[in-house]
Design a protein around this ligand. Structure first.
Ligand code: SF4
Length: 327
């Protein structure tokens, strides 16, 4: 373990000024990912700025019905919140299907958005990994890639984004609020995570000195009929092979509103825009669901080890949408 400086500011201004003036510093929330990465020598900060004393622990409803979630709200608290359970069941389900009870009690909303891939080569400091050490190569491309991505990949990285919560927030068109010494800005979640391209070490549009302070979800009546379905190797405490977050409104047997995003198959939380386009106005039938899934997966670029995810994703999308027509 390398020595590091530990700081614990008590307000947001102090926190962003601290990170702006410190060399090679990281914010620390629940610590459920960063501490592991430091122990494994993957992350090597000289300074850790513990933000858990900041006043960012509240879930509040704004006047227009928007749900505002402080960045330090614990995952378990958010999943259990009555407004989330009734208005956005897909979010409650996604969170409860992630990690374990103990981890959800520690993990924060901001940290969940920023958690890093669980690609085993990323954690193995003896392996080539462009995300950990840019320019060294990608061991997964020639190694074992069963859990890796089939959408949004590049020749430099095929790692999946691990978050379940972020997949649901993507379907719900959440907005991420961030703050730095330059002021505040708001980032639509669709613009928050970025595909690896030629720089897989860059995972978001966040600058190193910006702090996530809140996430906001707009009022979405269709989200009351929503679901998160996760396919994984065991029933709990496992990352997704494929996951689907979906919300559906059907009138006169036709789809009038649909929101669909995928996890476990892509390098970032994946809004299934092609499938949504195919479904809008279509009859709410098995054939429509399957055709939409086909349209979305047409761009898949699987490896031999994870080619099964293409059909698994088609089936999971179809099954999730079918369930929403029965509820
Ligand atoms: Fe690293 Fe990405 Fe390749 Fe995994 S898939 S070894 S994270 S570059």
């Amino acid at each position: 373990m390398r020595p590091l400086t530990y700081l614990r500011p008590t307000d947001v201004r102090e926190a962003v000024e601290t990170i702006a003036s410190a060399q090679n510093a990281k914010f620390l929330g629940g610590g459920t990912n960063l501490v592991d990465l430091i122990r494994r020598d993957v992350e090597r900060p000289d300074t850790v700025v513990d933000i858990t004393a900041l006043p960012l622990h509240e879930v509040t409803e704004l006047a227009d019905g928007t749900l505002r979630i402080g960045a330090l709200v614990r995952n378990s608290h958010l999943a259990a919140h009555p407004l989330v359970r009734t208005r956005y069941p897909v979010l409650t389900q996604a969170i409860l299907m992630g990690a374990s009870g103990q981890l959800r009690n520690m993990a924060t909303v901001g940290g969940n958005l920023l958690q890093r891939t669980r690609c085993h080569y990323f954690y193995d400091t003896a392996a080539a990994c462009n995300k950990r050490e840019p320019g060294t190569g990608c061991a997964a491309l020639t190694g074992y890639a069963r859990n890796h991505a089939i959408l949004g990949t590049s020749e430099h990285c095929i790692a999946t984004h691990p978050s379940d919560m972020s997949v649901a927030l993507t379907a719900l068109d959440a907005t991420v609020e961030v703050e730095s010494t330059r002021g505040q800005r708001r980032i639509p979640i669709a613009d928050f995570h970025v595909p690896p391209g030629t720089t897989p070490q860059v995972e978001t549009t966040l600058s190193g000195d910006e702090l996530v302070t809140a996430v906001e979800i707009p009022p979405l009546p269709a989200a009351r009929n929503s679901r998160y379905r996760k396919v994984r190797d065991r029933a709990s405490y496992a990352f997704a092979l494929v996951s689907v977050a979906a919300a559906l409104r059907v009138e006169h047997d036709h789809i009038t509103e649909v929101r669909l995003s995928l996890g476990g198959v892509a390098t970032h939380p994946w809004r299934a825009a092609r499938a949504e386009e195919a479904l809008r106005g279509a009859p709410a039938t098995e054939a429509s669901f399957r055709a939409a899934a086909e349209a979305e997966l047409a761009a898949a670029t699987p490896q031999p080890d994870n080619a099964f995810k293409v059909e698994l994703a088609r089936r999971t999308i179809t099954a999730t949408l079918r369930t929403l027509t029965q509820s």
